[in-house]
Design a protein around this ligand. Structure first.
Ligand code: IMP
Ligand code: MG
Length: 336
């Protein structure tokens, strides 16, 4: 019936901040997806440069920048009302925006509880956005869900109905948050976030059975970064990271990120945990300056191509997307 169904999941392969936002915007917008679903919560910041402007998303999926992409906040996701409405204003539309009736709502009280929690603030290095506290309330079945908020009335749906509509005549992109090793179950516990952020967790939050999925895009950055505490294999001294030109700051917190070179141990484990069909490698321009803004494989410097081919040889999963700069379309897409 209608167009062939295509369901794609985007997952982070390291510790978050792999550039999933840009990859999600690119795929969702350029490949004509009709529905974008956001999972996770507002502790995750996804940045997209689109038509020369910078957009930071914490609640909506990045593909919502395209007006005719419908948008669903997953039942397993958590938003804060002010953050949600700010982003609605940022993208400039109310139409085609849906919040599942079961989406969790974070309040000021959750934020205050995390700020007062020394284990979270001092030991774990939490973003203190109230996400863990709200998740705990959800488990204790006292968190208020989206359907209980009058302000959200015009957006509330049963997400499954929206998903079904797009399954029969569209393409669905599901955007995950953070990265595999921040998963509550599969990451470097206790230095993790408050949810499972692997492909299976993302699907569970969205409410889509695993057999419906066609494509799983696992996103690795050309180097590894981590914000907050916890192990980081091969961590470079800040001076060295600076010399290499790969210093970054957190989208939500502004904290400097810790840096390590691309890590095959992590990558292999992430592949086992997520079963990707293809890989995306972002920020190759940070390692090879002449790769900046390149859009064709042939135009990448030889060293950059070798870097990608080595990843494919080692990991045995094709690299389909290569990010070459901050703009959404600074991307090499390979025909596989
Ligand atoms: P929380 O989930 O905000 O409590 O943070 C727990 C850990 O996950 C901390 O080390 C955070 O820095 C990290 N973390 C949470 N969200 C993100 C993200 O979106 N990107 C990178 N790290 C994150
Ligand atoms: Mg981020």
């Amino acid at each position: 019936m209608g167009v062939k169904r295509l369901i794609t999941v985007i997952v982070g392969g390291f510790f978050g901040d792999e550039g999933k936002g840009k990859v999600a915007a690119y795929i969702g917008i350029k490949e004509n997806y009709t529905l974008a679903i956001r999972t996770g919560a507002i502790n995750a910041g996804h940045t997209v440069f689109y038509n020369g402007r910078e957009y930071k998303f914490r609640a909506l999926p990045c593909a919502s920048l395209k007006k005719d992409v419908e948008v669903l906040i997953a039942p397993g996701a958590l938003i804060r009302l002010d953050v949600f409405f700010k982003e609605i204003e940022m993208i400039g539309r109310h139409s085609g925006i849906y919040v599942d009736k079961n989406t969790g709502i974070i309040t000021e009280e959750h934020v205050r509880r995390e700020e007062a929690d020394e284990n979270l603030t001092k030991r774990i290095g939490s973003t203190k956005q109230g996400v863990g506290a709200a998740m705990a309330d959800r488990v204790l079945r006292r968190l208020k869900l989206a359907s209980e908020y009058e302000e959200l009335k015009e957006f509330i749906v049963d997400g499954l109905e929206i998903i079904e509509k797009h399954m029969s005549s569209g393409k669905i992109l599901i955007e995950g948050t953070q990265g595999t090793f921040l998963s509550l179950y599969h990451g470097t516990y206790p230095y993790v976030t408050s949810r499972d952020v692997t492909a299976s967790g993302i699907l569970s939050e969205a409410g889509i059975g695993p057999k419906y999925v066609d494509e799983i895009v696992l996103v690795f950055k050309a180097f590894v970064t981590r914000v907050g505490a916890g192990p980081l294999e091969g961590e470079l001294p800040p001076k060295e990271a600076k010399r290499m030109g790969i210093v970054e700051y957190g989208t939500v917190t502004g904290r400097p990120r810790r840096v390590a070179p691309f890590n095959f141990n992590y990558a292999r484990r992430a592949i086992k945990l997520n079963s990707p069909t293809v890989l995306a490698i972002t920020k190759i321009d940070a390692l090879y300056k002449e790769a900046y803004g390149v859009k064709r494989w042939e135009d990448l410097p030889k060293e950059a191509r070798e870097f990608i081919e080595n990843i494919e040889d080692e990991l045995k999963v094709p690299v389909k997307y290569i990010g070459t700069g901050p703009e959404m379309d600074h991307m090499v897409v390979r025909e596989l």
